[in-house]
Design a protein around this ligand. Structure first.
Ligand code: ADP
Ligand code: ADP
Ligand code: ZN
Length: 214
């Protein structure tokens, strides 16, 4: 099963994608996590990506698309994957479609997690991220068992550099201008599914399972 998660920054794409990956035994592929891992390891890609990420801007399509198209050719992607944070622009979606066509494959579902902008800023200021395994928490809505420690891997949690309120506003503008058009794109392809992302995490997940099937 090949799934794309759509939604504003902070809508809960990563939170849901992790659970989808576990339930359906497919890899969770987050371009944001890949960039952050590269930044942490000081790679050239990380240095380049950081320039854009810190400003709330998108990393250029070419860099992002090449990375993603390579990743989905890995052996663990044979039975599908859940893409979180990609595609984020129409050109990225078109490149993905072309790459899939070449492999004789297609996207099965694009799940749009809908959350109004008003809720997003509150969510982001409380978000705590694990840069080792990509898990995210919320100090109020989804706290870790021990304060500031990742349940999954024991690493220290951080407030991401780009989760500051000013950067989040910029990211929301970028989302509306460049990513929201993908909702129409996948509607036209007949694979869009809408989910109300303002509900509790477990309810959002059960709505998604109802769409994807048991
Ligand atoms: P969030 O989950 O909060 O939306 P991500 O971890 O997906 O954030 O992305 C963080 C940042 O990484 C983005 O603001 C952008 O700079 C960069 N990024 C991630 N995915 C992409 C992509 N597909 N295209 C361009 N930039 C991306
Ligand atoms: P995205 O990947 O779309 O940027 P995340 O999954 O990282 O979003 O979620 C953003 C923040 O909101 C995190 O702190 C997360 O714990 C919290 N969160 C996710 N889903 C919900 C929800 N349904 N209700 C309340 N908070 C949520
Ligand atoms: Zn972790």
């Amino acid at each position: 099963m090949k799934i794309i998660m759509l939604g504003a920054p902070g809508a809960g794409k990563g939170t849901q994608a992790k659970q989808i990956a576990e339930k359906y035994h497919i890899p969770h592929i987050s371009t944001g996590d890949i960039f952050r891992a590269n930044i942490k390891n000081g790679t050239e890609l990380g240095k380049e990506a950081k320039k854009y990420m810190d400003q709330g801007m998108l990393v250029p399509d070419e860099l992002t698309t090449n990375l993603l198209v390579d990743r989905i050719k890995d052996a663990d992607c044979e039975n599908g994957y859940v893409l979180d944070g990609f595609p984020r622009t129409i050109p990225q979606a078109e490149c993905l479609d072309r790459a899939l066509e070449g492999l004789g494959e297609k996207i099965d579902f694009a799940v749009n997690v809908e959350v109004p902008d008003e809720n997003i800023i509150r969510r982001m200021s409380g978000r705590r991220a694990c840069l080792s395994c990509g898990a995210t928490y919320h100090i109020q809505y989804n706290p870790p068992k021990a304060e500031n420690v990742c349940d999954a891997c024991g690493s220290q949690l951080v407030l991401r550099d780009d989760d500051k309120a000013e950067t989040v506003k910029k990211r929301l503008d970028v989302y509306h201008a460049q990513t929201q058009p993908l909702i129409d794109y996948y509607t036209e392809k007949g694979v869009l599914a809408q989910v109300d992302g303002t509900q509790e995490i477990d309810k959002v997940f059960s709505d998604i399972v109802a769409i994807l099937g048991e």
